[in-house]
Design a protein around this ligand. Structure first.
Ligand code: SF4
Length: 380
């Protein structure tokens, strides 16, 4: 990604069912509303394509959710066609669509691939029927196999699977079995997240009442270590705390985000960061549509980051990547010496062997990787 390119994120906030642990901006399907939602997206796109006409080339497009595949193939094709009309899309742009098993059929997948989406990220979460039930997912294991196989048959040669670990009662062997089954599908990319519980979700309420007991931190750490060892042994490149890829298949869109580079977000609840300004759209789809129809934007919050804030965020996000951040690029970007601002923090973390500086890259050490959240917070 060069300075003259940016990522484009488009949020589709509809799901066929609310999973018990979900705190994303997702809402029940409303067929009538969805058509007007797509029209609103296009209006918002027109507004920003004019505003950022000199921002450069779009390097990646990512349709996330919610569940983008709750939209029809025609609606998804229309969104991408408009992106191509309104922005300068790089020839080798990565164009990802998130999909959930049980929300997409063969014909829809073929049409989507033909429309130009070239990467698919499938929310599998688990290959264990009991775990899927516990997670309150709307699909079973058979539907996962079916969806992945159909995606391949439809021509998706760049495929990512999302898996979740630290599910209650999950053993190390149970988790490794999940990873093993994922590899049978031969994905180019894997995202592995540990289940975290937010208070406002159904799982949060179950946890407060003692009906849901999460694995302790030591076990979660063992699961994470097993993930790294197992996937590395199987040829995956561990390039971000939770992400693994076959060489060359790292997710361009997410790298743009972790580099704290320009990303334009469209749709209900979308957050974006363009030219030092961070903004967020209103969450409710009906409010989003109303705002867009009234004034072509639906921003409910916007702030211009102070240099110190922007530096802290750049470090916080950049350290999530295993290669860390280039000190030279950081200093060029902020026109200051990193040691002048963070000298004490860097010295203290180096002494505790939580970070390293080698060949101009500041990165988490192996020990720091397992304590990443607390290490990263030192820079904020
Ligand atoms: S499918 Fe994803 S976005 Fe939708 S409810 Fe479940 S976790 Fe949330």
């Amino acid at each position: 990604m060069n300075e003259q390119s940016f990522g484009l994120y488009i949020h589709v906030p509809y799901c066929i069912h609310k999973c018990g642990y979900c705190d994303f901006n997702s809402h029940p399907i409303k067929r009538d509303e969805m058509e007007t939602y797509v029209s609103a997206l296009i209006k918002e796109m027109t507004h920003y394509s004019q505003k950022f006409s000199s921002a450069g080339t779009v390097n990646s497009i990512f349709l996330g959710g919610g569940t983008p595949t709750t939209l029809s193939a025609t609606q998804l094709a229309r969104i991408l066609e408009e992106c191509k009309k309104q922005f300068n899309i790089a020839e080798d742009a990565e164009i990802t669509l998130e999909a959930n098993p049980a929300t997409i059929g063969s014909d829809q997948l073929k049409s989507i691939r033909q429309a130009g989406y070239n990467r698919i990220s499938i929310g599998v979460q688990s290959f264990d029927e009991e775990e899927l039930k516990l997670l309150d997912r709307a699909h079973g294991v058979e539907e996962i196999h079916c969806t992945v196989d159909r995606a391949r048959e439809s021509g998706f040669s760049n495929l990512s699977l999302d898996l979740m670990f630290a599910i209650p009662n999950q053993t190390l062997d149970g988790w490794e079995n999940n990873l093993r089954q994922a590899l049978v599908k031969n994905p180019e990319h894997l995202s592995t997240y540990n289940l975290t519980i937010e208070k406002e979700t159904s799982f949060g309420k179950l946890q407060s009442s003692g009906k849901l007991v999460m694995p302790d931190e030591d076990h979660q750490l063992e699961l994470f270590k097993r993930t790294i060892d197992f996937l590395k042994e199987n040829g995956f490149h561990h390039y971000e705390i939770s992400n693994f890829a076959r060489p060359g298949k790292e997710c361009k869109h997410n790298i743009t985000y972790w580099q704290n580079s320009n990303t334009l977000g469209l749709g209900a609840g979308a957050s974006f960061y363009m030219n030092g300004i961070r903004s967020k759209n209103t969450n409710l789809p009906a409010n989003y549509i109303r705002e867009i129809n009234k004034k072509h934007t639906a921003v409910e919050f916007s702030e211009s980051l102070r240099p110190r804030q922007a530096m802290g965020e750049t470090l916080m996000l950049g350290l999530r990547m295993l290669k860390g951040i280039s000190i030279m690029k950081f200093e060029d970007r902020f026109q200051t010496s990193i040691r002048a601002i963070y000298g004490d923090v860097i010295a203290s973390l180096k002494e505790k062997e939580l970070i390293t500086i080698e060949q101009g890259q500041l990165r988490l050490s192996k020990k720091g990787l397992f304590l990443a959240n607390s290490v990263i917070l030192e820079f904020i």
